[in-house]
Design a protein around this ligand. Sequence first.
Ligand SMILES: *Cc1c(COP(=O)(O)O)cnc(C)c1O
Length: 462
Amino acid sequence: MQYYSTRNKKDKFTFEQVFLNALAADGGLYIPESIPVWSQETIENMKDLSFQELSFEIFKVFTGSTFENEELASIINHSYSTFKIQEVVKSKVVDGISCVELFHGPTLAFKDVAMQVLGNMYQNLLSKSKNKMNLVTATSGDTGAAAIDALKSKPYLNIFVLHPEHKVSETQRRLMTSVADSNVFNIAIQGTFDDCQYLVKEMFNDKEFRNKIQMSGVNSINWARIVAQIVYYFYIYLKQSVFKRMIVSVPTGNFGDVYAGYVAKKMGLPIEKLIIASNHNNLLENCIATGLYKPSTVKPSISPSMDIQVASNFERIVFDICEHNDLRVKQLMQDLKEKKQFQLSDIELSNLQKYFLACSVSEEETKNTIAELHRAFDVILDPHSAIGFYALKKLVSFDNNYSYFCLETAHPCKFPDAIHDAIQMDPPVPNFVKEIFAKKEKFVVLKNDLDSLKKYIILKAS
Ligand SMILES: *Cc1c(COP(=O)(O)O)cnc(C)c1O
């Protein structure tokens, strides 16, 4: 399989290049030249596969000849051996909705599902080439911890994680800053997540800097993360007792997880609609309604991993709804940079609306959902997952011909204050999480300033 950038279809890349570069040199995102379509029969024949086996089949499609089969299988098996449950993900039915628990990895959010695999892929490729790399990533709270856990103590690698100072929960922060390995660097930026993301993008776009430190990225724009996330859409479909078309609600920030669902649909998975569920940062709800993509300033919320106003992966969907017109994508992204917004055409907008519904959920509605589900069903959803649940209930009238899923993106113990506020009770906390509160934290605080950040990274990079 070959890849190109959303902003230039002429140059082609292999999976290995796409994975290691993360972001295309022209600022665009990598996507496959074409996505293979599986027949319903092919899909259903995979129903007895374990999560790991299914993951192998899907990665095989997208990685081509980058890994030998045994290498790929070993990367995948090794990655999921860190999960607390052998099946990797499992579901529970709450009020007619299958809540898909994606948080059984080492840092208790769905990000682990992809990040553990990425960590082992880097290890595999770099131990062959003996190259050193410095990974730099921005986090709204969960990517950072997942990346650190996946990459700590790995040779050939340093990991720099930028999080917005005071804007992640204490549990989220400690999961990152309590890791003592010498290849891990935590940086609290005095700004928002969007500022952090912007700084990382600027460093990527600075070729000299990028080459100097052998920079790569594990943000949700890395195509390998998308691939890992495609797997659970297939898995939950195949674990149904009767195969029904799916409607899936996805708590959304950077548009990576929901975009993986879209790719699964393109591969032939019977998904009827994907619901983009967001908090009061309602950029995407507005865009799906009017075609105007206009980021404003981030409003903090009790679902901080979705406090985002620049949904990086959205460019991939824009490419599709523009019928793969790279020049049009380039123009729209230019508009975004210069005019701080872009407007989709009527056709592009109706393409978008074919696949997606969107719902922005207020803080009050989120808390009420947590309280109501706890009272009626004795389950505690984390604030992000509660947003997905609420959006599904609000937008869809239930019908027996479909099955309804809500992705549960994090364990509630990562957000104890929000949970306590909603149900006047603390969520259960696994023992390994309790331990991080006794550990020493390691991080530096830097201004929201590109030059100071670059200086710091150059000093620490190797
Ligand atoms: C990252 C994250 C999201 C948003 O996922 P995207 O792929 O960025 O849209 C939602 N919920 C939680 C808990 C997260 O960590």
